[in-house]
Design a protein around this ligand. Structure first.
Ligand code: FES
Length: 108
């Protein structure tokens, strides 16, 4: 098996309803995860890209959170409809999707 070129982390963490931090899970992260898995298969990227579901990555209020390595690009509020742009623009062409980037200010 060749070493994958990209690793996509998708936070799927859930918290109880009403929790002050919210969670990616309650904002549709499982659908986003499924869409990444489907999109990787559809584009024949298996082996080049690994998709891994994770627990909390930190910026919960702006979830669902997705991180693409080795580039270290963080994405915020990712929806199922955004997955194609990340796969086609970032993974396919090496151009991160600016409109979905998590602002650096989040890290304070
Ligand atoms: S719950 Fe997803 S980043 Fe915290």
């Amino acid at each position: 098996m060749p070493k994958p070129k990209y690793h996509i982390l998708v936070c799927k963490n859930t918290r109880p309803p009403g929790h002050p931090k919210g969670s990616c899970g309650e904002k549709g992260a499982m659908g986003v995860l499924n869409q990444f898995n489907f999109g990787v298969m559809e584009r024949n990227l298996i082996g080049k890209v690994i998709v891994t579901p994770t627990d909390c990555l930190g910026p919960c209020q702006l979830g669902p959170t997705v991180v693409v390595y080795p580039d270290g690009v963080w994405y915020k509020s990712v929806t199922e409809a955004d997955v194609a742009a990340i796969l086609d623009e970032h993974i396919g062409k090496g151009k991160p999707v600016d409109r979905l980037k998590l602002p650096d200010e989040v890290w304070g």
